[in-house]
Write a protein that binds this ligand. Structure first.
Ligand code: MLT
Length: 314
């Protein structure tokens, strides 16, 4: 019997795993680091979302652990180096929440352009104010994407249909692929210089951490709007606060934060900053899709020796 530790409570879509006799699944919702360290020793597999951090300290004591399943896309919450050294396979479900993330990004972009959250709040406060919420059209504006992977590409397709000019910075994508999706590949400085809206769709790694800082923002157009549905630490929140305060950045829409839940609420409380609590992937459809695929990946790994979706095995 394989023992799987699951660190979140929504079991919807995991029927294959839960009904399989070869597995015993224990749910411990968001364990503290100490609890996690104590629990992990007994398990062959770990099933996580983004809320827990699988640090080197935890992996080092996980002597039975052979598999970490990330029910989602980003694996920045797992210490890959230590896991790989211990021979632990890390697998994710890329793509399962792409459309959800894309639609949330577009929702935030429209909200920024048309002041929807502010107008909503004002009317709920029984104020009939049409003067203060005059918006701008997306039509004929330039959207600069940082990252043209699955999510960036789908955002590009949809925003082209809005009549936006879409440009992107992505060092790993060739310009023919971009062109076929209606996108022009540019250098990062060109994206900063030309975009009216900048939307971030990159993974968090050493080269993206803190990349949206004062230096980068200074290169952007005055009045640029920034959307982030990828990972919070890609933006230096303090630098963004200053840029919003000065008006250099006209508005920002953030679904992700440096610390989640946040410890410093300054950026969240700012005017002209729209926020949601890491909801981009949170749709019924995405969660079920991911859970079903992850169930198959786990069952195949343990019972058929088939490694699928691994990010640390070539
Ligand atoms: C992902 O990486 O899959 C999304 O950000 C959702 C999540 O982390 O829970």
């Amino acid at each position: 019997m394989y023992k799987i530790l699951m660190t979140y409570s929504n079991i919807e879509g995991l029927d294959l795993l839960f009904s399989s006799k070869e597995f015993k699944i224990d749910v411990h919702n968001k364990p503290s680091p100490e609890e996690f360290k104590r629990l992990i020793k007994d398990y062959d597999g770990l099933l996580i979302r983004s809320e827990v951090k699988v640090t080197a300290e935890i992996i080092e004591v996980a002597d039975r652990l052979k598999f970490i399943g990330r029910a989602g896309t980003g694996v920045d919450n797992v210490d890959k180096t230590v896991a790989t050294k211990k021979g632990i396979v890390i697998a994710n479900v890329p793509g399962g929440n792409t459309i959800s993330a894309v639609e949330h990004t577009i929702g935030l972009m429209l909200s920024l352009a048309r002041n929807i959250p502010e107008a909503y709040r004002s009317l709920k406060d029984k104020k009939w104010d049409r003067k203060n919420f005059v918006g701008t059209e997306l039509f004929r504006k330039t959207l600069g994407l940082i990252g043209l992977g699955r999510i960036g590409t789908e955002v590009a397709k949809r925003m082209s249909a809005f009549g936006m000019k879409v440009i992107a910075y992505d060092p790993f994508i060739d310009s023919d692929f971009a062109k076929n999706n209606g996108v022009e590949i540019k250098s990062i400085d060109e994206v900063y210089r030309e975009a009216d809206y900048i939307s971030i769709h990159s993974p968090l790694n050493d080269s993206t951490r803190g990349m949206i800082n004062t230096g980068a923002i200074e290169k952007m157009k005055d009045g640029v709007r920034i959307i982030n549905c990828s990972r919070g630490p890609i933006i230096n929140e303090k630098d963004l606060c200053c840029a919003v305060k000065s008006g250099k950045v006209k508005g920002a829409a953030l679904d992700v934060f440096v610390k989640e839940p946040p410890e410093d609420w300054t950026i969240i409380e700012m005017e002209n900053v729209i926020v949601t609590p890491h909801l981009a992937a949170s749709t019924k459809e995405a969660q079920i899709r991911i859970a079903q695929e992850m169930s198959e990946v786990i069952v195949d790994f343990f019972t058929k020796n088939i490694i699928r979706n691994a990010i640390n095995v070539s």
